[in-house]
Design a protein around this ligand. Structure first.
Ligand SMILES: Cc1cc2nc3c(=O)[nH]c(=O)nc-3n(C[C@H](O)[C@H](O)[C@H](O)COP(=O)(O)OP(=O)(O)OC[C@H]3O[C@@H](n4cnc5c(N)ncnc54)[C@H](O)[C@@H]3O)c2cc1C
Length: 413
């Protein structure tokens, strides 16, 4: 992909994707002084956009209503807002985007912020009682179904699955949480901490079924239950599937933009080989200098910081270093925060696993790559500063390795 206009200051920016990353990029451009043309194209009809984290938390439990999920976006960031319209094709050489309403938009800078959508399981389409959770409409439809259901099977014990389990227990449903890995969240927190999370769910009355997969759905038009790989049957009048997300890049087919898992971009968010195009948020597979690798993260705070980074890049302002990856999750009375990246080895840095209040550090080659705060939010700032440094024996004793420290290797590693 060639790019000759990248050096001239932008006058005509198009943002594709009108949710968190797209809206925040538009806002960051205006805050940084950009006063040229700015068009936002969004497949959804919502503006201001809504925030997704409450969809598996406060909105699903009914503590919040829809209006409380709206993002606060500076008014009038866009001079043209095209909602309920999809980008269908991109020609980065001609610098044009084709839209589902027949329009073709020219641009001198393009922001790709098309996010991700749930990975689906085969043969689940159109079956009443089977739900995925990504959009506001998904959440409202699931919430309504929860109010008339007695039992739910949740397929996938990642963050969304675990949070939905928590919301369903709060609603009084009988809950079975199913995952192919040995524990919930095993790929992120490892097997030992995953066991603690399994225990939290069991303590709240959830049947945790890990190490098994779904082999069949029972029920013709309406789901009745699931057959698992160990031959067992889970009866359920509601099934929620949370088995990951895939980036929305189909509209970029034929554009020549690098698409592996998401749109490959550098640390400035500029797309590899196309510096007048930036990719931000869940669709972006961005290089992170701290870890010397590219990663596609599905983290709220990552989308927000990439928006700022991309705006600075497009306006030719000094580059901003990407912050450490960070996400949180709320399940029951548990507040979980993860900064940095997981690794195969872990060490307990504070508290005890049994007490459900602890800090675990993840490390590779003696260096701390990431840390998990389990109901210990006050420790986060300090941990951020420690990432990349030597792995301490514990949070208060930063230079000696004690033989009594609790360590382990993640089951998935
Ligand atoms: C239920 C749920 C709970 C979450 N909870 C947390 C949490 O607790 N903590 C955390 O850190 N993160 C959480 N996340 C992740 C966080 O919400 C995402 O990282 C964030 O929404 C990413 O924003 P985005 O703008 O990149 O993508 P999205 O929010 O997916 O927005 C992309 C937008 O682009 C639109 N679009 C797609 N294709 C096109 C096209 N061709 N043309 C035009 N528009 C298009 C989509 O319709 C969508 O509106 C959660 C996500 C979900 C779904």
């Amino acid at each position: 992909v060639t790019d000759t206009a990248a050096a001239a200051p932008p006058r005509n920016i198009v943002v594709v994707g009108a949710s968190l990353a797209g809206a925040r990029t538009a806002e960051a451009l205006r805050l940084a002084g950009y006063d040229g043309g700015l068009t936002i194209v969004g497949a959804e009809a919502h503006w201001p956009p809504y925030d997704r984290p409450p969809l598996s938390k406060q909105l699903l439990t009914g503590q919040w209503e829809t209006e409380q999920c709206r993002l606060r976006i500076q008014p009038d960031v866009a001079d043209k807002l095209l909602l309920d319209v999809q980008a269908t094709r991109l020609d980065p050489v001609a610098q044009q985007v084709w839209l589902s309403n027949g329009d073709v938009l020219g641009y001198d800078r393009l922001v790709i912020a098309t996010g991700a959508r749930p990975r689906t399981l085969r043969n689940t389409a159109g079956i009443t009682g089977v739900h995925y959770l990504r959009t506001l409409e998904d959440c409202l439809s699931l919430r309504a179904a929860m109010s008339t259901s007695r039992s739910v099977a949740i397929v996938g014990a990642g963050f969304i699955g675990c949070e939905v389990a928590s919301a369903c227990r709060a609603a009084g449903l009988s809950v079975t949480l199913i995952d192919a890995l040995p524990t919930p969240l095993a790929a992120v927190v490892g097997g030992d901490v995953g066991n603690v999370i399994a225990g939290v769910h069991s303590d709240h009355g959830v049947r945790v079924r890990c190490g098994v997969t779904v082999v069949a759905l029972r029920g013709r038009d309406r789901v009745k239950g699931l057959v698992l790989s160990d031959g067992s049957y889970v009866a359920a009048d509601l099934v929620v599937i949370g088995v990951g997300a895939i980036p929305n890049t189909e509209w970029l087919a034929g554009s020549g933009l690098p698409d592996a898992d998401g749109v490959a971009c550098g640390e400035t968010s500029a797309v590899v080989g196309a510096p007048s195009v930036c990719a931000v948020g869940d669709v972006a597979c961005a290089y992170h200098p701290r870890f010397d690798s590219s990663m596609r993260l599905e983290h709220w705070s990552g989308a927000v910081s990439q928006a700022r980074i991309a705006a600075a890049h497009m306006l030719g302002q000094p580059p901003q270093p990407p912050p450490l990856p960070y996400f949180w999750s709320d399940q029951y009375d548990l507040h979980l925060q993860f900064v940095g990246l997981p690794a195969k080895h872990w060490r307990l840095l504070e508290g005890t696993l049994q007490a459900n209040e602890f800090v675990v550090g993840y490390h590779t080659d003696g260096r701390l790559t990431g840390a998990l705060c389990f109901n210990r939010p006050a420790r986060l700032a300090r941990l951020r500063r420690m990432i990349g440094g030597p792995v301490p024996a514990d949070l208060n004793d930063t230079d000696t390795a004690r033989s009594s420290v609790m360590t382990g290797t993640s089951a998935d590693g």
